[in-house]
Ligand binder design. Sequence first.
Ligand SMILES: Cc1ncc(COP(=O)(O)O)c(C=O)c1O
Length: 352
Amino acid sequence: MRVEDLDTPSVVIHLDRLEANIARVQSMVDARGIANRPHVKTHKIPAVGRMQIEAGAVGLTCQKLGEVEAFVRAGVCDDILLSFNIVGERKTDRLMELSASLRRLAVVADNEEVIDGLDAAGRRHGRDIPLLIECDTGFGRNGATTPERVLELARHAARKPNIRLDGIMTFPNQAPATNSFVERSLHLLEAAGLPIAIISGGGTSALLTMADFPLMTEHRAGTYVYNDVMMMAAGFASLDQCAMHVRTTVVSTPTADRVVVDAGSKVLTHERYYVENFGAVVEYPDAIVERLSEEHGVLDVSRSARKPKVGEVLSIIPNHCCVVSNMVDEVFGVRDGIVEVEWPVAARGATR
Ligand SMILES: Cc1ncc(COP(=O)(O)O)c(C=O)c1O
């Protein structure tokens, strides 16, 4: 099948770009001599995870247990980091069942309640749980907010028979204060007789500044596999490195300057973060994806000399590829205009 034969809206992945993105980041992380642990939340597809492992990743990162389940079912790798606080017995029991089928399933925690819950699950299931203490080094989300708090949590974890303290993690490792935070944490942990082996950093745009954070021992990047408008704005990717395109048909041209396509927020999503508008139109660089209803994308083409016509198919690079993955049942891998593979998005909707 040719790409033109796909009905729209559909999400296509340019395979040459995907492969090049995987190789590029593997060599960036290799050049630092640290471990590459890509985050699967961007693609949620076991076959893509397998490509990352085959390129040299030591293991994968998942954000949710449901993602771990999808990747374990597919037997992609034997070493996963679950970078989310796991709360409640229902979830810790699932965690333990999953850890039985992996060589290593590590988790993070940033409070005593989560550590206690993990330890109790470890006891119930007769397993030890590798743990990283999550640190907030500037992002303002989860994480111990001071090195002293890291030490407190590490001491708490060390008292738990079924917890094995492996290290610390942060996201993204970009804020200048990250180095002093990590340095002081390491100093405090060592002085307390709690040495750690892993310091895990993450983020795609943080790949550009890895050299500024020499204490990291592994890197977790996700978005780089596909790239998107945000990664172009961050200076990480060019248009030609964006592997994900949303193909969408022009369904109306109500005025000379307004074009409506059949992809709205239910495909492109309203994600904006630090970029303007709702995507980049490959064929019409001057077009602005101005507004999205659920199923309508409204483009301002007043600056385009040439105007799209009804029936024409456009390719839009989304602002944030990771959320688009979660909107569709399948993506189509394309090379030289031919649809080479159809990948079900196995962990789509796996938010529990
Ligand atoms: C904990 C964690 N690690 C790594 C990543 C990967 O970041 P990026 O998608 O910017 O590469 C994320 C992204 O949300 C994350 O939340």
